[in-house]
Design a protein around this ligand. Structure first.
Ligand code: THU
Length: 133
């Protein structure tokens, strides 16, 4: 791998899939979000019998981090069995805090399948700067 700083993120994302609550989809997702101070926040998907109430792994990690006082992030690693890409809601939530975020997608064996940016995944996103203060 060209970037050794990704390894702890990949390992964190894989490890947290252990806690994914997925009685309906059986599709574990693990996320590891790195704040600019280097702290890593993990998140898994947490499903609900009322399906739309489900929270994705990326948003779990983001909300954990923000609730701990973090607001600046540089990288997120997301792992799934088939290196699935973040959903639209997660892209939007991440864009609020980190429009220039690096987004790395890997499989459950840690193989990186995509190394892109949120700007590529959500072009012309709607951010806080659009709203008058
Ligand atoms: N899921 C995520 O955790 N992140 C995404 O960006 C896409 C979907 C979860 C939600 C649900 O638990 C399962 O994957 C199937 O949709």
């Amino acid at each position: 791998m060209s970037d050794p700083t990704l390894q702890p993120l990949i390992e964190t994302a894989i490890a947290v899939t252990e806690h994914a609550y997925i009685p309906y989809s059986h599709y574990p997702v693990g996320a590891a979000l790195r704040a600019t101070d280097g702290t890593i926040y993990s998140g898994c998907n947490v499903e609900n019998a009322a399906y739309p109430a489900t929270i994705c792994a990326e948003r779990t990690a983001l909300v954990k981090a923000v609730s701990e006082g973090q607001r600046e992030f540089d990288t997120i690693v997301v792992v799934t069995k088939n290196a699935g890409s973040p959903c639209g809601t997660c892209r939007q939530m991440l864009y609020e805090f980190a429009p220039h975020l690096r987004v790395v997608l890997a499989d459950l064996d840690g193989n990186v399948r995509s190394d892109t940016t949120l700007a590529d995944l959500l072009p012309d996103g709607f951010g806080p700067d659009r709203l008058p203060r």
